[in-house]
Ligand binder design. Structure first.
Ligand code: DAH
Length: 345
């Protein structure tokens, strides 16, 4: 009997307590779609007698309203969690939602800027593999066999091989070796890339980061060329008037070696938290390519000399954008990333 059915389904609807958007959708499919129960009962209604029609018509309409009301309440409860019917039937005259443009990663922006400056000085871009052997990462670069940087602590080893371990490169200096092995001077190259070190991740250290290596080898290249090239680079990158200073240092692959500081880009040398109130921040290591390295790569160190330098792109980026936590670079947080330049192609 139609009346009994209406009663039974009304009870079911009253007891319906959805716990998910999927339940709401099930409800819609059961009662409200064109092959659903509400429609079926209306069809059945057509064939009842005139007497019954009068009483049942009202009951049936109330039943329909009950189902619809229950559905819209349930839908409101879970709105946003599923593509519900009303959304599908949304107002087609409303303007579209548009799409969000991506932005360049700050590290890519910094790398691009560094590369552009050196390109204008005649440097070409060169790249090498991230999985490297001991020869290119260490031995050819004049690291003595017992040098602490070869220690398991710093290096991620991929494979232990007699005399030539395979590891993730710990610096882009390995690309210098690959480049020089391929031919004879002059070499004038800039080598950006990702490097890996076995470090605990914190705001100030990461197990992977990015470097740019530079190499200039020719006849009669001197330390004066090194200083002038890097001085020019800093003026271009951080603006005219940025001061530089060189401090003696040690790297196995350069002799003499130096570290270069620039006047703090944040406080302009006055002293702030970033420069630890010294007015200076270190940005790169550099030096004259050690003759041993040239010879290891088949280059006559009596005829040729050169300079090399290496800098961390994260460091350069932090100074430009005042980013204080290295982890931000690899977390893919859109709120962070969308603050940077949007590239319209
Ligand atoms: N490879 C060094 C590092 O990762 C950086 C470096 C220092 C590169 C001096 C050079 C250089 O080419 O001459 O710390």
């Amino acid at each position: 009997m139609l009346q009994d059915k209406i009663k039974q389904y009304s009870e079911e609807i009253n007891q319906f307590t959805p716990t998910s958007a999927a339940d709401v959708e099930q409800f819609r499919l059961k009662f409200l779609v064109s092959k659903g129960l509400v429609k079926a009962l209306f069809d059945e209604f057509k064939s009842v007698g005139p007497e019954e029609k009068r009483t049942l018509g009202k009951v049936l309409n109330e039943f329909k309203q009950l189902a619809e009301q229950k559905f819209s309440e349930a839908q409101a409860q879970f709105s946003g969690t599923s593509d519900t019917q009303s959304k599908k039937e949304g107002d087609l005259t409303l303007p579209g939602e548009g799409f969000q443009l991506g932005s360049r990663h700050p590290l890519s922006l910094a790398r691009k800027e560094i590369v552009e400056i050196f390109k204008k000085l005649g440097f070409v871009v060169s790249e090498g593999p991230e999985i490297e052997d001991d020869w290119h990462n260490f031995s050819a670069l004049n690291f003595p066999p017992e040098h602490p940087a070869r220690d398991m602590q710093d290096t991620f080893f991929v494979e232990k091989k007699e005399g030539n371990d395979i590891a993730l490169r710990t610096h882009t200096s390995s690309v210098q070796v690959r480049l020089m092995e391929m031919g004879q001077p002059p070499f004038r190259a800039i080598m950006p890339g990702r490097v890996y070190r076995n470090e605990a991740i914190s705001a100030r250290a990461h197990c992977f980061f990015h470097q740019v290596e530079g190499l200039y080898v020719d006849e009669n290249v001197s330390f004066a060329d090194l200083k002038q090239t890097l001085f020019h680079f800093v003026q271009e990158l951080y603006g005219e008037g940025t001061k530089v200073r060189f401090r003696p240092s040690y790297f196995p692959f350069t002799e003499p070696s130096a570290e270069m500081d620039i006047s703090c880009t944040i406080c302009k040398g006055e002293g702030c938290q970033l420069c630890k109130y010294s007015g200076w921040v270190e940005i790169l290591g550099c030096g004259m390519v050690d003759p041993n390295v040239l010879e290891n790569c088949g280059i006559d160190s009596k005829k040729y000399s050169g300079f090399a330098f290496g800098m961390g792109i994260e460091r350069i980026t932090n100074l430009k954008y005042e980013i204080r936590d290295l982890r931000l670079f690899s977390e893919n947080d859109v709120k962070f990333l969308s603050q940077f330049e949007t590239e319209i192609i």
